[in-house]
Design a protein around this ligand. Sequence first.
Ligand code: DOR
Ligand code: ZN
Length: 344
Amino acid sequence: MNTITIIQPDDWHLHLRDKQALATTVPAATRGFGRGIIMPNLNPPITNVRLANDYRKRILAQRPDGSDWQPLMVLYLTDNTSPDEIHAASESGFIYGCKYYPAGATTNSDSGVTDLNKMHAVFEAMQSVGMVLQMHGEVTSNEIDIFDREAVFIERHLKSLVAEYPSLKIVLEHITTQQGADFVIDAGDNVGASITPQHLIYNRNHMLAGGIRPHLFCLPILKRDIHQQALINAATSGSHKVFLGTDSAPHTQGTKESACGCAGCFSHHAAIELYAEVFDKAGALDKLEAFASTNGPDFYGLPYNQSTIELQKQQWKLPESLPFENTQLIPLGAGTTLNWKLAE
Ligand code: DOR
Ligand code: ZN
């Protein structure tokens, strides 16, 4: 098999940043994809419909000519989000979810939610209008080991949340553990998960054994190999509960190669190909289309993209670096060779 054709995929979780960054990130995000769920963790964050509308316009201004890629906007939940804002978001026609960041969990999450128990009216409103809750599923307590934060979040918070709001649509974003995969696959159809390329391709040994590789540092952090394998199994199983979400999150080389480096991996230079590599290695290329192109729209209640993309079996070397914000970033898999390439 030397070519595969699939329905055009979507990216259900990505970071574009703002201002000058958009000139790089928006064209990259349109590469091969029909739509992208745009994370709202700007500084200040996108906390209301007006800010989301303005941000959407700035994004569309950078969309390459002739592209019909669509940014699907997301509101950032804070302790002050009101049910009225949820209703306004639902009526806006361009907002497709609300993101829960536990305060302090990751990049620009300081305005996030401090106590899930205070979100009752907001979650009720989301459940009633069918708005998707996108969860960064980690606890932030200092006493919880960073490698355990997802599993503890599921036990402490997610299980009761799902029980309390039985028809709230919840995406456990960028799952990284066996516990995350098991929880989502066993839950009802209102619960899904996105999976990044880095959590499918790497485990914590890649990041930490034989030297520290800051470009593999992201949150939730890479886990041990058994968790990587559980994610590969979930993604390639054909389960409709899991879908593509790159979490592509650009940071300059300097802010990652630092005494206190930023979390995030940029993957839009080769996103669909990085996934194709994983599916090929698992002997599951026939499952790529469901993961990349149909499970996500089914979960979000959106139509599939009308066009298709073709991947060709062809070796190519990923760039060592890419220009970004007057300096550069180091993309995921920099300098490595892939075996599949998007026909452009
Ligand atoms: O690694 C990450 N980077 N995880 C997140 O949750 C946020 C993201 C970013 O915005 O850089
Ligand atoms: Zn993210």
